[in-house]
Design a protein around this ligand. Structure first.
Ligand SMILES: CC(C)(COP(=O)(O)OP(=O)(O)OC[C@H]1O[C@@H](n2cnc3c(N)ncnc32)[C@H](O)[C@@H]1OP(=O)(O)O)[C@@H](O)C(=O)NCCC(=O)NCCS
Length: 170
């Protein structure tokens, strides 16, 4: 095999569902069921990406295309691989996919206590615009609603968040 980056980001496939669920089981209090994972990662109107390193899936994230906007459905990184900039790379690819699908903006809900994810989203030009009280059924926690506040083209401008992580593109 030729030398090259051992990390790649590519669209999720049905065969990835087990690995995706293995990550989610470690990072989410109430992970998606197998059925919901299949729907969210391979269903219509979804763009879902996995990050693979040395043939092992170490992160995943996706968007749902709804009414001209892209809703981030999830983004999760294997706990042993966090703080390497992987989520940032996934975010940039999801934003690019949103642009490719003519979305005007990107939005999401995140647990109010999830300061790591909120910092990640703010780093990518998203801002908190409201709260859904008691949104999460497992512990009654509020959801913070976040949106991109600038046109996606500006958010993706090369000067703003250069990707310096060695990776291959799908
Ligand atoms: C949130 C999450 C996806 C971040 O993944 P990651 O690959 O470690 O993130 P990155 O290395 O790309 O970090 C990007 C930025 O996010 C923020 N961030 C990430 N982890 C953080 C932490 N533990 N504490 C504070 N800020 C954090 C920082 O601003 C960071 O930038 P910096 O490294 O320059 O400080 C990861 O912690 C995770 O999988 N969490 C569990 C699942 C989850 O909560 N997903 C979000 C659901 S809405």
């Amino acid at each position: 095999m030729p030398d090259g980056p051992a990390v790649l980001i590519r669209p999720a496939e049905l065969r990835d569902v087990r690995a995706i669920r293995a990550i989610d089981a470690q990072v989410y209090p109430t992970p998606w069921s197998e059925k919901l994972t299949i729907e969210q990662t391979t269903g219509p109107g979804r763009v879902h990406l996995v990050v693979e390193e040395d043939h092992r899936i170490i992160a995943h994230g996706g968007i749902a295309l709804l009414d001209g906007d892209a809703h981030i459905t999830t983004i999760a990184v294997d706990p042993t691989q966090q703080r390497r900039g992987i989520a940032g790379v996934v975010m940039r690819h999801l934003f690019a996919a949103a642009l490719d699908n003519d979305c005007a903006a990107v939005t999401l809900e995140v647990r109010a206590s999830n300061t790591a994810a909120i910092a990640l989203y703010e780093q990518h030009g998203m801002e908190s615009v409201g709260v859904r009280p008691g949104y999460y059924g497992d512990n009654g926690e509020d959801a913070v609603i976040m949106w991109t506040v600038e046109p996606l083209n500006d958010t993706l401008s090369p000067n703003r968040t250069a990707v310096d992580w060695d990776h291959d593109e799908a």
